[in-house]
Design a protein around this ligand. Structure first.
Ligand code: ZN
Length: 424
């Protein structure tokens, strides 16, 4: 509230609560535009493209000003409606078409829509990873408890986003845990006691897994190695075993990039090696599986014909001849890799639960239509055993994906420069 200039503006916390009640989604009828996305340049890591519009104006000359309201009422959450910038302007400029009654009706309809999504989401989404909590895992400083949906879109600071993806992956154990172990060590050096905890639902009920630092009596430097041990708890009881069977992670990141000169030059081979590792199988078996029969129907329409030890000819959709994998463009290789990965996961392990994580690097060199195709196909999964997490740092990408999923939206959670939108 700013009484000095005769305006009853919303305070920062009121703006935030108007935004949250609206799920950071424009409340103008049928708009449903997401109004939060990542920013590389802002300290918050976020770009807010929504506005808290006044239902009755903040000052006497504004639209729909109500003399009978007290300054406190005028600056309260009840007097605000969350919209995108276009509709915020539209509402301000067209008070005759957007009356107080209309705005109140839009607000309450929209908030009911949001509430219903959250409520039904919690009931309907009953399989897989449903919640992730973590505390003081470097570089995060706070404590978070975040619901996870079937499809999830993470926007905001890209470094933190990738760390969040790694924290989620870590609970699947093995290599994925090794990737974040150093974050635990960094946190500990800073005098914090980090933990990560995850809830997973299956036919057998909810399993909670918590990974924390093992409490060691000794504090001597030489005992550092011993002190790096972790403590695993399953449903509140200490467990000697890492619960690998809960879910598995397929991480689509930089497999197809040449990141270092000493690495394998043929990044397609590198990507399939990664896949063999994730599936816990032999690299040769992955190559041997590249047969026409198996890929007669693949998600993106690629066909494969094995030609040698580490060579395969690929027919990309829309082309009527096969080409060696090395001759394909980067984009074509990305799609071929996606087809192989998704097909093999579906063949090998129908009963296991999977999370497909796409970090922003995967999309770096793809054009908009290719991204759209991936977003559409990957989120159309009706099978109960796959969840997706897209970590995106471009506003255009985030808008494109959230627009596809708008009707399935259930929740938005903000934490330290990141926003996680979850969807059914
Ligand atoms: Zn709008």
């Amino acid at each position: 509230m700013n009484e000095g200039n005769g305006r009853d503006d919303f305070s920062r916390s009121t703006v935030e609560s108007i935004a949250k009640r609206s799920g950071y989604i424009c409340a103008y009828p049928s708009c449903k535009r997401m109004t939060v996305s990542g920013s590389n340049d802002r300290d918050s890591g976020l770009t807010m493209t929504g506005v808290a519009a006044h239902i009755t104006a903040a000052s006497e000359k504004g639209p729909r000003y109500d003399h009978n309201m007290s300054p406190k009422e005028r600056a309260s959450e009840i007097n605000g409606i969350w919209t995108c910038q276009i509709h915020g302007k539209f509402i301000d400029d067209n008070p005759s078409r957007c009356s107080v009654e209309e705005l109140r009706r839009w607000k309450s309809q929209h908030e009911k829509w949001v509430f219903d999504r959250v409520e039904s989401g919690l009931e309907l989404f009953s399989r897989g990873v449903c919640r992730l909590s973590f505390s003081k895992v470097y570089p995060f400083v706070g404590e978070f408890n975040i619901p996870v949906g079937r499809n999830n879109v993470l926007v905001g600071d890209i470094e933190l986003g990738i760390t969040f993806c790694q924290i989620l992956s870590a609970l699947s154990g093995g290599e994925n845990w090794k990737k974040i172990k150093y974050l635990f060590d960094s946190s500990t050096r800073l005098g914090c006691f980090p933990y990560i905890e995850l809830s997973h639902q299956s036919d057998n009920g909810t399993t909670r897994v918590k990974i924390s630092r093992q409490n060691m009596a000794t504090g001597r430097r030489k005992a550092d190695n011993a002190r790096q041990r972790v403590h695993v708890e399953v449903n509140g009881c200490p467990s000697p075993d890492w619960p690998r069977s809960l879910f598995r992670v397929l991480y689509f990141g930089n497999q197809l990039y040449r990141t270092h000169y000493t690495e394998l030059k043929d990044t397609f081979i590198k990507a399939l090696r990664y896949l063999a590792n994730v599936l816990g199988t032999d690299e040769d078996l992955i190559w041997d599986s590249l047969r026409e029969e198996l890929f007669a129907s693949s998600m993106f329409g690629n066909q494969f014909r094995r030609t040698g030890h580490r060579t395969v000819d690929i027919r990309v959709p829309g082309r009527d001849f096969f080409l060696p994998h090395k001759s394909l463009s980067f984009t074509e290789q990305q799609f071929a890799f996606l087809d192989i990965a998704l097909k093999l996961v579906s063949c090998i392990s129908r009963k296991e639960h999977w999370i497909y994580i796409f970090d922003t690097v995967f999309f770096e060199r793809l054009d908009q239509s290719n991204k759209l195709s991936i977003f559409k196909k990957l989120t159309a999964y009706e099978s109960g055993n796959v969840q997706t997490l897209f970590c995106l740092n471009s506003k255009v990408d985030a808008d494109m994906l959230t627009n596809i999923l708008t009707e399935k939206w259930v929740n938005a959670e903000q934490f330290e420069g990141l926003t996680l939108h979850s969807f059914l």
